[in-house]
Design a protein around this ligand. Structure first.
Ligand SMILES: [Cu+2]
Ligand SMILES: [Zn+2]
Length: 249
């Protein structure tokens, strides 16, 4: 008798647990309170930015785990990016090298891009010849379109809708890579790491354009309106479309 009471009690407890858990999952959450901040995608260094947190789903799937991530994770801010993905991330199975063959009237060369992981900095290496000695603005532009020469590549790649700046600035066009320096022989060789650009996601440069300018980029410090848009780097002396490449360099 006592055993059967105990058993029925435990069934009720299990039922109660089931009802409470199902009502919990079915509960409609109140609408989030949004502030009136502009719809900017924030990144590390912006005021109010917190490191994104990762939440692990309860069950493993084939040795991998499902994660949900909101980015940016800022209090009372509607996150711009919601990601559901598995870890270990299988980025190694994807292409993550790219190349642009840059050509102009006199200038030519090759620029290569390599990225070891989805959030890793992008390594940019290049060798250009035929430049005038000195500094030349060097950017990733919005489009990989060359129907009307380098002009068709539109403005600087700017997914976050901010103003022009230096490669080291937090607020800058994603495509702002500053200047490359050509020696007296007209050759510019460079090898740099960039944290804003990527070969995947919203900052991906695949299919966009590399542009080399006639003059120096003032890095947004020129004091006029052009400086905050283009860096007053002058005409476009060479450009190339960025496409995927094999990993062997
Ligand atoms: Cu440019
Ligand atoms: Zn720019």
């Amino acid at each position: 008798m006592a055993a059967s009471v105990l058993r029925s009690c435990s069934i009720v407890l299990v039922l109660a647990a089931y009802v409470s858990s199902s009502s919990r999952t079915a509960r409609i959450l109140p609408p989030a309170v949004y502030n009136n901040a502009p719809d900017l995608v924030l990144s590390a260094g912006y005021p109010g930015w917190n490191k994104p947190t990762f939440r692990k789903a309860p069950k493993p799937a084939e040795g991998r785990f499902l994660y949900y991530r909101k980015n940016p994770k800022v209090e009372k801010y509607r996150s711009a990016v919601h990601e559901l993905y598995m870890r270990p991330y299988n980025y190694a199975d994807f292409e993550h090298s790219a190349v642009a063959v840059v050509k102009g009237e006199k200038v030519e060369g090759v620029v290569r891009f390599q990225q070891s992981g989805p959030a890793s900095p992008l390594r940019i290496t290049g060798n250009l010849t035929g430049l005038s000695p000195g500094l030349h603005g060097f950017h990733i532009h919005q489009l990989g379109d060359t129907t009307n020469g380098c002009k068709s590549m539109a403005g600087h790649f700017n997914p976050n809708k901010v103003t022009h700046g230096a490669p080291t600035d937090i607020y800058r066009h994603s495509g702002d890579l500053g200047n490359i320096k050509a020696g007296l022989d007209g050759v510019a060789v460079f090898d740099t790491l960039d944290k804003h650009l990527s070969l995947n996601g919203i900052s991906s440069i695949i299919g966009r354009g590399v542009v080399v300018h006639q003059g120096e980029d003032d890095l947004g410090r020129g004091g006029d309106s052009g400086s905050k848009k283009t860096g007053n780097a002058g005409g476009r002396v060479a450009c190339g479309v960025i496409g995927l490449s094999s990993q062997a360099v």
